[in-house]
Design a protein around this ligand. Structure first.
Ligand code: NAD
Ligand code: MG
Length: 353
């Protein structure tokens, strides 16, 4: 029996994870947590709403932590699992983006594994498994392009939260759906891939593939490229991470090749500056990825509240990155300080926007 602690149990990933756990006899939920939504309908011996996630994990003694919390709030749980060598099924990309080097150092000490749940990274993980790093030429992270693919800046001035929340291929939580519309999600994913797979930013590409069938691709030094295909359904990477390395069966239909359209294009980085800002933050290192993430969280919340226009999101993030101190991050205290300071700068930029 594998004991799963599910953090973010009431969210989009959390709900699908419960379905996966219930359908696999070898998985059991030992704990479930949410931020504020009640967990009355979740069947787990330990439950916690709005409490300290690491306290819950201490009590639960899980074999695997599925971190499906949204945002920087998941960072303590990510570090808890890595520090203790407990498998980390990671949906909460923001924690790895923000904590980057700290997370890798914790994994080194703890000896645990990160099993990516983000679909592109699950795909990369599978394409890379068993290969030596020197064989790898480039990683390609794909994205649908979001609801505003093909539009120019002028056509984005007045877009509403409702329009940004209408994602063409995935049904997800509100924050990541807005991130998909700005391409901040791809930006976070480039940084996530850098830390997960130890590949330089120059060798991580983004390609737009509107139907979200190809989740990622790895080019190798001999000219071969391996791609990972599947319908856009998060139950596949969730199941893969929770049952790794067994790859347990799911009830999903096999891929029908005759019905697919596969077209690729480069991302429009002028219209969607969040991608370039992420790369710049990633290359800068230190606390810069944490600052990028914090400013984005503040800006997205303001956009959803109707306090910031859509095009204000990259403005706030750019201004915050330019203004915030981006020092080296020695420990979790430094990181929490950097996150807090960046949020304050971003709130100031909001007021000016
Ligand atoms: P969501 O908004 O649907 O759910 C978020 C969950 O986190 C909820 O259960 C909420 O109660 C919980 N939460 C929020 N703040 C918390 C806190 N302070 N303490 C404890 N719990 C807290 O979000 P989602 O779409 O399920 O996304 C979750 C994570 O997975 C995000 O990092 C997202 O980027 C990533 N992800 C999601 C998808 C997807 O398809 N939804 C795909 C790839 C990656
Ligand atoms: Mg993804």
């Amino acid at each position: 029996m594998k004991r799963v602690a599910l953090l973010g149990a009431t969210g989009s990933i959390g709900r699908q994870a419960i379905e996966i756990v219930e359908s696999h006899p070898e998985l059991e939920l030992c704990a479930a947590a949410s931020g504020s939504t009640p967990l009355d309908d979740v069947d787990a011996p330990l439950k916690d709403v709005g409490g300290d996630l690491t306290d819950l994990l201490e009590r639960a003694r899980p074999d695997v932590v599925l971190n499906a919390v949204v945002g920087f709030a998941g960072v303590h749980a990510t570090l808890w699992a890595l520090e203790r060598g407990v498998d980390l099924a990671l949906a909460n990309k923001e924690s790895l983006v923000a904590a980057g080097e700290l997370a890798l150092a914790a994994r080194e000490r703890g000896g645990g594994r990160i099993l990516p749940v983000d679909s592109e990274h699950s795909a990369l993980f599978q394409c890379l498994e068993g290969r030596e790093p020197e064989q790898v030429d480039t990683l390609v992270v794909t994205g649908s392009g979001g609801p505003f693919r093909g539009r120019g800046r002028a056509e984005l001035e007045d877009v509403t939260p409702e329009q940004a929340l209408a994602h063409p291929t995935w049904r997800m939580g509100r924050k990541i759906t807005v991130d998909s519309a700005t391409l901040a999600n791809k930006g976070l994913e480039v940084i996530e891939a850098h830390f997960l797979f130890g590949v330089d930013y120059e060798r991580i590409e983004v390609a737009i593939q509107p139907t979200s069938i190809v989740h990622a691709l790895v080019r190798f030094r001999d000219g071969a490229a391996l791609a990972h295909l599947g319908y856009p359904d998060m139950r596949v990477p969730i199941s893969y991470a929770l049952t790794y390395p067994e790859r347990a069966a799911t009830p999903l239909r096999p891929l029908d090749l005759t019905s697919l359209t596969l077209e690729f294009s480069p991302p429009d980085t002028d219209t969607f500056p969040m991608l370039a800002l992420a790369r710049a933050a990633g290359r800068q290192g230190g606390s810069a990825p944490c600052v990028y993430n914090a400013a984005n969280e503040v800006a997205v919340a303001a956009f959803l509240d109707g306090r910031l226009p859509f095009l204000g999101i990259p403005e706030v993030v750019g201004e915050t990155l330019a203004a915030a101190d981006t020092d080296p991050v020695r420990d979790l205290n430094d990181l929490v300080d950097a996150d807090r300071a960046a949020r304050a700068v971003a709130e100031g930029a909001l007021a000016a926007a």
